[in-house]
Design a protein around this ligand. Structure first.
Ligand code: 9WN
Length: 408
């Protein structure tokens, strides 16, 4: 175990850029939003200083409207290193940093709270709290519908880009005619990444959103259980943070309870949470593991939690091996293509946290699988859940960081 931890820290050191961590040196050479939250959680276990710097660097690029962009571009990295780069997004944060204009699941308050727990530094908490609140306010103001659920406007915002849950709404998106060069397939086999057609649609959606000044949802508008869970988990963490700072925790707790009830009312069915198309109101039934992540929510009704656990055991092989990103019995399941089946450590980590109180035995099994995965495959981006063969890039930061946290 000491050897795993040492190897993980070595990956994090190699990916450190002096103020933030790249998810991967070649494939993802900038700072990514939810990656930095997971990285901070792991770094808190061996270098709380870096953990705090990671979050502060990201929130340093927060927009005036409170939005935390999904990518903060490193000005020292050439435009050609990643597509779509700054020239595509054409936007700068008040700090002057070039950023993207979309967001990712807001797991940052949860990260900030865990960083504080590892290293109780009230100055850090005091500084980051208003920024975390502004991040949530942006989501409420810009992305919340009358049913109380948050909407994402791009598959990249889900963090699970080519999840089978997006197949139906994406099929309605006109692919771009713009000519562009994908850079991802320079580093990873095309068969392990989204398809060219997916990319042509991602680019069309991002360009359309950009052209409204990053204000109006286009053809793709969905309510995702993972994104909404992250938002609610953030309110729960903000309640804890508020209490430490002498602020009022009650509004955060109330918000978390109400949003949990809205999720159960609108996104739950058949033992799993499902995304919903915000334009049509139709559920986007899929076997995505995003539907299990609401186990994180403290006020989830017990009957719903029990049903999710049964689904995790029966359809996602919980206890038998690492968590697949899509249920193996779903027709779209592909054990090696990105978010359509491979096992990702961040999803397993979220499930681990969600099971700890309710089913410590299963939580232990998830933690053991995380460690077995990195022992066998190294800190790969994702692995085949059956063979544990590594896929995607190597030396992936959140795989290393979250393994460190699990081992702590
Ligand atoms: C687009 C950095 C990011 C992760 C996402 C993952 C992947 C980007 C890409 O990499 O997305 O944002 O270029 O494919 O899907 O979850 O944050 O690790």
């Amino acid at each position: 175990m000491i050897a795993v931890r040492r190897r993980a820290v070595r990956v994090l050191l190699a990916n450190w850029e002096g103020g933030h961590t790249v998810p991967s040196r070649r494939l993802y050479p900038h700072q990514w939003s939810w990656d930095s939250a997971f990285i901070a959680i792991g770094n808190a276990r061996w270098s709380p200083r870096r953990a705090k710097m990671e979050l502060q660097a990201l929130f340093g690029a927060q927009w005036r409207d409170g939005r935390v962009p999904h990518i903060v571009f490193n000005p020292r990295v050439p435009e050609e290193a990643y597509f779509p780069g700054p020239r595509f997004w054409r936007v700068r944060a008040p700090s002057g940093a070039a950023t993207s204009g979309i967001v990712q699941p807001p797991v940052h308050a949860l990260a900030a709270w865990r960083v504080y727990r590892a290293d109780p530094d009230p100055v850090f908490l005091r500084r980051i709290y208003p920024r975390l609140v502004a991040q949530q306010e942006f989501l409420r103001a810009a992305r919340r519908g009358p049913d109380g659920l948050l909407v994402i406007v791009h598959p990249w915002e889900s963090g699970m880009d080519n999840s089978p849950a997006w197949d139906v709404p994406l099929a309605a998106v006109e692919p771009t005619r713009m000519v562009f060069i994908r850079r991802d397939v320079d580093h990873v086999a095309a068969a392990e990444r989204p398809t060219d057609l997916d990319y042509a649609r991602y680019v069309a959606l991002a360009a359309a959103y950009r052209d409204t000044g990053y204000r109006e949802a286009g053809a793709f508008a969905v309510q995702d259980p993972l994104f909404n869970t992250a938002y609610i988990a953030a309110e729960t963490a903000l309640a804890e943070i508020a209490a430490v700072l002498g602020e009022d925790p009650v509004p955060h707790r109330r918000e978390a309870e109400e949003a949990t009830a809205a999720m159960v009312a609108h996104l739950y069915g058949d033992g799993l949470f499902h995304a919903r198309d915000a334009h049509t109101g139709k559920p986007l039934a899929s076997g995505s593991a995003a539907g299990l992540i609401p186990l994180l929510l403290p006020t989830l009704p017990d009957a719903v939690a029990d049903a999710l656990i049964a689904t995790a055991v029966n359809r996602f092989r919980l206890g038998l091996g690492p968590l697949p990103s899509c249920a193996p019995d779903a027709p779209e399941f592909d054990p090696t293509r990105y978010w359509r089946g491979p096992s990702w450590i961040n999803l397993a980590w979220l499930l681990w946290r969600g099971l700890r109180r309710r089913r410590p035995d299963l939580a232990e099994a998830v933690a053991a699988d995380i460690i077995r995965t990195v022992q066998q495959a190294g800190f790969r981006e994702y692995v085949d859940p059956f063979t544990l063969t590594g896929h995607g890039c190597e030396d992936f930061s959140w795989s290393a960081a979250l393994a460190v946290d699990v081992l702590a």
